[in-house]
Design a protein around this ligand. Sequence first.
Ligand code: NCD
Ligand code: ZN
Length: 343
Amino acid sequence: MKTLTLTKPDDWHIHVRNAAVLKTVLPHTAKQFGRAIIMPNLKPPVTTVADALNYREEILSALPDETQFEPLMTLYLTAQTELSEIKKAAESEFVHAFKMYPAGATTNSDAGVANICGIYPLLAELEKYDIPLLIHGEVTDPLSDIFDREHLFVKSTLTEIVDKFPNLRIVLEHVTTTEAVEFVLSAGPNIAATITPQHLLYNRNALLAGGIRPHYYCLPIIKRESHRQSLIKAATSGNPKFFLGTDSAPHLTHTKENACGCAGCFSAHAAIELYAEAFELANALDKLEGFASFYGADFYHLPRNTDTITLEKTPWSVPLSYGEDEIHITPLKAGEEINWKII
Ligand code: NCD
Ligand code: ZN
């Protein structure tokens, strides 16, 4: 039996939601990962340290007994964020980053930033306290083509932010294009990126060819094959600027299988196994541990985990749905086989 033992990985970008959905999805992440960066796009968003501490308590109380898992909290940056809140976040041992959504870019981003120049004083404060800024990197101009929104953001807004705040630590979240990879490669060591399993495994044909498949719809939208190849190259390069962030984003099945379906893929049920498949296909399983378990911790100035997980090469069938009662969440690869299994 082929096995693979890794230092316990961390997920540097995840949506675990709250209430009943939180209870359904969290055990999957807690089983695989030591820690996870928790996205703050709840309704209403997590904008203050006090909100984050309450949310952290809710997450801890949803953990199965005897699970060692540490939620790393983030705050949602808005035009109304107070400078004093950034200082409070810097002093909190539980808050690790601020997340910036351009207003309207994605799920629950209405409270995001409409005018980036307007929040420069906040970015200066983040730079001063050396708090990472996590960016959803897409322009929101309704006239811009959805497949171009990431690289347009990189060329305009991100380039300007990096010029103005050269020491700000930035994670460009869930990169999906060659242009984003090239930008991160050409920038200093304070600029990094996360990559999701769906963007490593699929191109836009999975979403659109032979029928529209809403469970592959997420934002930034999955791009053409040449971009997937760039992401595979980045993830398997051993370059510490690229690390694991699933962007697992559960939505109830009926809200995705809908005339106006929600954006987000649920991947927490098999996160590390999905990455193992992608790395194996690229003949780069030896590069998985750095990507999954080392580089994110190093970027966030946190210690690397010391325990391990083991995967074995045993195919298993992904259930069609997770959850009970009125909670039904369709996972990535529902009804299909995955070759690696965590033991
Ligand atoms: C995320 C969600 O559902 O919260 N959706 C997604 O398509 N990735 C938001 C996000 O990270 O963009
Ligand atoms: Zn996300």
